[in-house]
Design a protein around this ligand. Structure first.
Ligand code: G6Q
Length: 539
């Protein structure tokens, strides 16, 4: 992190921390207006933060002195900014719906390939939706089972739930990720083989969980339909690895490709989104991409003091690095966004969960936070207590929509009343005087008093559509990118995930070996493995 600029932030915070959010509002009648910005269908109100003008200026200077502008250009123009994997980072090219703009990697314009895959996906999606693509016995496809994990699962699941109102209701989508056989078994109980399309989604096509699930699904299908040839009608692949796809037995004509410059957790707008495109249709999918693109354009061109991703990133840095906050909560007030916090968890924690800077040195400051959340109002009846009155500082992002897709009575007004009331209560609290005025007995005053001064951002859009969802995802992607730039860490590798992929393979050998293998782990792991083997009669 730029030391000089950070010192200025600390100096500004030393002063601003003495003012509560309530005092900041009292001192500036225009505060809400001043600290509200709009872009790509979203309004961000960040006025309920521990932020004054000097602190904001110091944070913006931090962004400037971290060369953020230049780093953004490097990403959008295909420079290999993922140095530890020697790759460009070009998820923005996937939704570059302005096809006149060319994007080069190693001197080659990638846009014709991006367009080509999108067209192939759209043609296939239409065939499945209209029934032109049939199962082996001639029946229409009614069930889609996406088999993938991590970046090849979380995005499709989240978006599929989020865009249910735009989905084809007579197609049911399932997502199998866990290598736990229960996940596959319970899914297969819900579908009929002759009406099911399996999408095997894996960038590498070597991931243990996905390959295990895909092979078992394949065996089930062949058994159910009694013919190996049925695989051709019921299996397609999404991958960058044509060789492995062929080896698996899927014709590469039924493969939808993407490229090494698409990171797993950023791959939803690539062919990884095939299940979503089939469900919501190519036209809605195009609107989804357009939403991303609008936020991309905003991020690339807006001045930092009006730039939603940059502002969210700077506020995050303020709380993590100046106030020591270790977590932040994302609280969508929309049931359709129930998996959004889980999706963001991977995006944020896998990207910025790093402790070594770009020069290979240990960082001298905290980096990526723990991200968590649940849809409102459920969270209010659970963990909000700690946010209101606990000892931890937990900045929150509240996400809501003015309109609902399911207008029933006054549900939506009640939902949104909670949405607005929570950020108000978190910021302004409740004083002892207010409690007394409400007749609370003196001995209960300490318990019923709320300090307030709890920071929140409010993100509000008119309604949840493919477009606003695309913009929302891009907003967080770019927030996380901005933080990585300022912390000077590599946000686009994931060596911790790669480690997991190797570790389990070594233990698997010991679990399944014939006879009495010599266990060479630590004493604890050896004893646990021995206990497992004994129960299964392998001791
Ligand atoms: C994402 C990660 C990771 C990855 C999965 C699945 O950024 O790299 O979550 O998406 O491990 O990998 P495959 O798509 O290669 O199966």
């Amino acid at each position: 992190m730029n030391a000089t600029a950070w010192k200025d932030v600390e100096a500004a915070v030393a002063v601003s921390k003495n003012k509560t959010i309530k005092e900041l509002f009292a001192a500036d009648p225009d505060r809400a207006k001043r600290y509200t910005v709009e872009a790509a269908g979203w309004t961000l109100d960040y006025s309920k933060n521990r932020l004054d003008a000097t602190t904001l200026m110091a944070l913006l200077k931090l962004a400037d002195l971290s060369d953020l502008k230049a780093e953004i250009e490097k990403m959008f123009t295909g420079e290999k900014i993922n140095r530890t994997e020697d790759r460009a980072v070009l998820h923005t090219a996937l939704r570059n719906v302005d096809y006149t703009k060319r994007v080069f990697v190693d001197g080659k314009d990638v846009m014709p390939d991006v367009r080509g895959v999108l067209e192939k996906m759209a043609a296939f999606a239409d065939k499945v939706r209209t029934g032109a693509h049939r199962g082996f016995t001639g029946k229409k496809i009614k069930y889609i089972v996406n088999i993938g994990i991590g970046g090849s699962d979380l995005g499709p699941v989240m978006a599929n739930i989020a865009l249910t109102p735009f989905g084809k209701r007579n197609i049911k989508c399932f997502f199998v990720s866990n290598v736990d056989s229960t996940h596959l078994a319970e899914t297969l109980r819900e579908v009929k083989a002759d009406q099911t399309l399996f999408i095997v989604a894996s960038k590498t096509f070597t991931t243990q969980e996905t390959m295990t699930n895909a092979l078992s699904a394949r065996a089930w299908l062949v058994k159910e339909l009694g013919d190996e040839k049925a695989v051709a009608n019921h299996f397609v692949a999404v991958s960058t690895n044509a060789d492995e796809v062929s080896k698996f037995g899927i014709d590469t004509a039924n493969m939808f490709g993407f490229w090494d410059w698409v990171g797993g957790r950023y791959s939803l707008p690539s062919a990884i989104g095939l299940s979503l495109m089939i469900y919501i249709g190519p036209r809605n999918y195009q609107r989804f991409l357009k939403g991303y693109w609008k936020m991309d354009k905003h991020f690339r061109t807006a001045k930092f003091d009006r730039n939603l991703p940059v502002l969210l990133a700077l506020l995050g840095i303020l709380y993590i690095n100046a106030y020591g906050a270790e977590t932040y909560a994302v609280l969508p007030y929309d049931q359709y966004l129930s998996r959004f916090p889980a999706y963001l968890q991977q995006m944020d924690m896998e990207s910025n969960g790093k402790s070594v800077d770009k020069d290979g040195n240990r960082v001298a400051h905290a980096t990526g936070p723990v991200e968590w959340g649940e849809p409102g109002t459920n969270g209010q009846h659970s963990f909000y207590q700690l946010i209101h009155q606990g000892t931890h500082l937990i900045p929150c992002d509240f996400i809501g929509f003015c309109k609902t897709h399911n207008a029933i009575g006054d549900h939506h007004d009640k939902l949104m009343a909670n949405f607005f009331a929570q950020t108000e209560a978190l910021a302004f609290g409740k004083t002892a005087e207010q409690c007394r005025a409400e007749g609370d007995p003196e001995e209960l005053i300490p318990f019923k008093t709320f300090e307030g001064n709890r920071p929140t951002n409010t993100l509000l859009a008119d309604d949840l559509t493919p477009e606003t969802l695309g913009s929302l995802i891009a907003l967080y992607e770019h927030k996380i990118f901005t933080q990585g730039v300022i912390w000077n860490i590599y946000s686009f590798d994931q060596w911790g995930v790669q480690l997991g992929k190797v570790l389990a393979k070594n233990v698997l050998k010991d679990l399944t070996a014939e006879g009495a293998p010599e266990l060479k782990h630590d004493a604890s792991t050896n004893a646990l493995i021995a206990r497992y083997r004994k129960v299964l009669g392998r001791a």
